[in-house]
Design a protein around this ligand. Sequence first.
Ligand SMILES: NC(=O)c1ccc[n+]([C@@H]2O[C@H](COP(=O)([O-])OP(=O)(O)OC[C@H]3O[C@@H](n4cnc5c(N)ncnc54)[C@H](O)[C@@H]3O)[C@@H](O)[C@H]2O)c1
Length: 252
Amino acid sequence: MGRVSEKVILVTGGARGMGAAHARLLVAEGAKVVITDILDNEGATFAAELGPSAMYVHQDVAQPEEWCQAIAAVESKFGALHGLVNNAGIASMAPIELFPLEQWEKTLAVNLTGVFLGMQTALPAMRRAGGGSIVNISSVEGLRGSAGLHAYVASKFGVRGITKSAALEAAASGVRINSIHPGFINTRMTENIDLSSFPIPLGRPAEPQEVSQAVLFLLSDESSYFTGSEIVVDGGLTIGVPQKCQAVENIF
Ligand SMILES: NC(=O)c1ccc[n+]([C@@H]2O[C@H](COP(=O)([O-])OP(=O)(O)OC[C@H]3O[C@@H](n4cnc5c(N)ncnc54)[C@H](O)[C@@H]3O)[C@@H](O)[C@H]2O)c1
């Protein structure tokens, strides 16, 4: 028996990166997984590689009608929806005075409105299934500021907040909603970022699979008393600056 056996789970932005790692682990742990993305070739190829427990569906998470189509496809193929990973996301960087309005609006549409639409559309399906678990992928940038990442930071703080307001409402119908806050993870999103400017106490970035472990836990019944909570997977990045400590007497 896998840790999410017989659960049906939708992973957005699952064609590559962390979403793909989550989908792979969930299938290995017994779930039926529907991967959605706008990268149709990569998504379809990856779902075929995972086998009959996986299916790919095209979906732009910022489009309400594409959410209805995706949830309908999940229920039609696998009969129910028990889990949702709101993982799709984009990032861009510029000084605030030069930040293009179009980039601001696009980032909020994908990263925040996409999560809002996902919860809005998935909740009725999860109630039909008798309960469920939603995992919203925020970021360490949903816990602190980061120069240049204005739209991304705003969207990820928003994801953290709406996770809690939605969790309050969904609890009565047996749906748990939590957020995950990854730090520096090796994916396409971070390939052009200078790692040396990140003082990571554990001394290295993470591989996507290390975040998948937290996703798996929140989707499994092992996390039955978690809702509205935040799991930070950042190698200590947000706890402070790593430094060696010398013994000094009477410093105060
Ligand atoms: N990589 C990191 O260090 C890091 C850290 C914290 C949080 N995150 C978050 O983790 C999530 C996954 O990011 P990743 O690092 O795997 O990046 P990635 O770029 O490899 O994957 C993002 C996926 O989202 C898809 N996507 C983009 N726009 C979409 C849309 N409109 N509709 C549907 N799918 C869309 C992309 O096609 C891609 O497959 C994102 O929400 C990101 O913000 C990443």
